[in-house]
Design a protein around this ligand. Structure first.
Ligand code: AR6
Length: 169
């Protein structure tokens, strides 16, 4: 597997699957989630609504992942995963690692060869970027998958630096 780091906007990535840092409602929000729904259009929300009605009436649990169309994005699918809210008192690292493992599992089911990830939980959900990057890179590296091209798409210079450190270390 090749892992690359890109500074930019995940909605502009030409990959098979783009991972969304969603919330359990699957109905959209701010950050990456807001950008993906804005740029991807209504088809994504429509499919999220159908998934809620058919499978996830109580919401998609933290650490799980599910795929929809990518609508008007230059990708084939969006894989929605729900990261944990950071807690200083409880260790939720396993839940964050699960987001990456489950997203890759769904990508394998779809037959996706290339996947773009954001720094899940490291925005509105408050995860410290260095730790989020360490968990992201470590989990992707140690997960068996047929995905050959994993791209971390980082919005800021600080995020990129944290992922460079995690990849080098
Ligand atoms: N492309 C790449 N990275 C981005 C983009 C973008 N277009 N926009 C933001 N980031 P966040 P979370 C970065 O908050 O912490 C939503 O309301 C951002 O700078 O998107 O998992 C959901 O509905 C940060 O480094 O996701 C949930 O309620 C990283 O992406 C909640 O936020 C993740 O930030 C999820 O929070």
């Amino acid at each position: 597997m090749q892992i690359t780091l890109v500074r930019g906007d995940i909605t502009e990535q030409h990959v098979d699957a783009v991972v969304n840092a969603a919330n359990s409602s699957l109905l959209g929000g701010g950050g990456v989630d807001g950008a993906i729904h804005r740029r991807g259009g209504k088809a994504i929300l429509d499919e999220c609504r159908r998934l809620r009605a058919s499978h996830y009436g109580g919401g998609l649990p933290t650490g799980r992942a599910v795929a929809t169309t990518a609508g008007e994005l230059p990708a084939r699918w969006v894989i929605h995963t729900v990261g944990p809210v950071y807690s200083g008192s409880a260790d939720r690292s396993d839940q964050l690692a699960s987001c990456y493992r489950e997203s890759l599992r769904v990508a394998d089911e779809l037959g996706a060869a290339s996947v773009a990830f954001p720094a899940v939980s490291a925005g509105i959900y408050g995860w410290p970027m260095d730790d989020a990057a360490r968990i992201a890179v470590g989990t992707v590296r140690s997960t068996p998958t047929r995905v050959g091209d994993v791209r971390f798409v980082l919005f800021t210079g600080d995020a990129l630096a944290a992922f460079e450190k995690a990849l080098g270390g």
